[in-house]
Every structure is written in C-alpha cells, then in structure tokens.
Design a protein around this ligand. Structure first.
Ligand code: C5P
Ligand code: MG
Length: 161
C-alpha cells in the first residue's frame, strides 16, 4: 500500500439573499449567503470531499444525503470531523490541505487566519497544515456575475507508522 494519498474536492452553491455566508466554519459579514440544505459551507464541503477522496471512501452526499432531515441546516464542521475520523480509522493522518474559494465579493483575505484556525481545529492538525486561498472570477461566468460561489480543495494523507 502506498504511504501517500491525494484527494480532490469541489463544491458550488448558489448565492441567496437572507442566508448566512459561512466559509470553513467562520461566519463572514455579508449582505448575502449561500443556498443549501446544510449551512452551505462550500469550503468545508470541498475539503470533506477531498478527505473522502484521498481515502477512497465515496463522497459527501453518500455519507450525508441532503434528503436526510438530520442534515437540514447542519453545521458542516460535523462533516469535516466525520471525514477526519474515517480517514484516521483507515490508518491515515492528514499531511496538508490546500484550498481555494472563488467568490466575487466580499473580500475574504482578512478572514484567512480565522478560517485556517477553525479548519485546523476540526481536522485535528496545526493551522500551518491548512492553506486557504481566495480568488474572484473576474466578473465572468456565474461566479463572476455574483450568482454562485465555488471552492476547490486538495488533501494529502500519509500512512501512520
Ligand atoms: O481574483 P483576483 O486575482 O483579483 O484576487 C486577488 C486577491 O484578492 C487574491 O489573491 C485574494 O488575496 C484576494 N481576494 C479576497 N477575497 C475575494 C477574492 C480575492 O480577499 N473574494
Ligand atoms: Mg455543498
């Protein structure tokens, strides 16, 4: 068995007025949020899928179906912690997480330390093992036109010795 595994995750949610904007478990002051069955935290969802992908454990919808009332307005940190536990049960530890949130506004860079800290807590790693980057879509396409937001993530796991 290989000592290292890589996983990739991606998520998109529609922008919706009157919803909270939560990224990596951190509430972001904003006049809009993201639509979704859970708290619609795209960043946590992308990282959850990357973790599950790295360990070949399916995807977020398989573990937390959005048809299940238990996950209505769920805190996505629950998904992250569950995925963390599943990869640990398979004998892996998280080496690092790298991620990107693509959202036209608001500016997110001031929230980077808080988001990395919160994600690190959920994942049981140090904040310097977690990277979060932000990009606009340069006003092009659904993200650029302010209709949706996306997140992408990569996770590296290594076998515990
Ligand atoms: O998309 P663009 O290349 O113009 O982004 C430039 C920088 O602006 C990014 O590197 C990031 O630090 C910051 N940014 C941000 N919040 C966003 C989008 C970008 O803080 N919603
Ligand atoms: Mg999602």
């Amino acid at each position: 068995m290989s000592d290292f595994r890589i996983g990739q995750g991606w998520d998109v949610h529609r922008i919706a007025p009157g919803r909270k904007l939560i990224l990596g478990g951190v509430p972001i002051p904003s006049d809009f949020g993201l639509e979704g069955h859970s708290d619609a935290d795209i960043l946590s969802h992308a990282i959850t899928d990357a973790l599950l992908g790295a360990a070949a454990l399916g995807d977020i919808g398989m573990h937390f179906p959005d048809s299940d009332p238990r996950w209505k307005d769920a805190d996505s940190q629950t998904f992250l912690r569950h995925a963390r536990d599943l990869v640990a049960e398979k004998g892996y530890e998280i080496a690092n997480v790298d991620s990107t949130v693509i959202l036209e506004r608001p500016k997110l860079k001031d929230f980077r330390p808080a988001i990395c800290e919160k994600l690190a807590q959920a994942l049981g790693v140090n904040p310097d093992q977690v990277s979060v980057k932000f990009k606009t879509a340069e006003k092009v396409g659904p993200v650029g036109e302010g209709r949706s937001a996306e997140a992408q993530a990569l996770v590296t796991l290594c076998l515990r010795h």
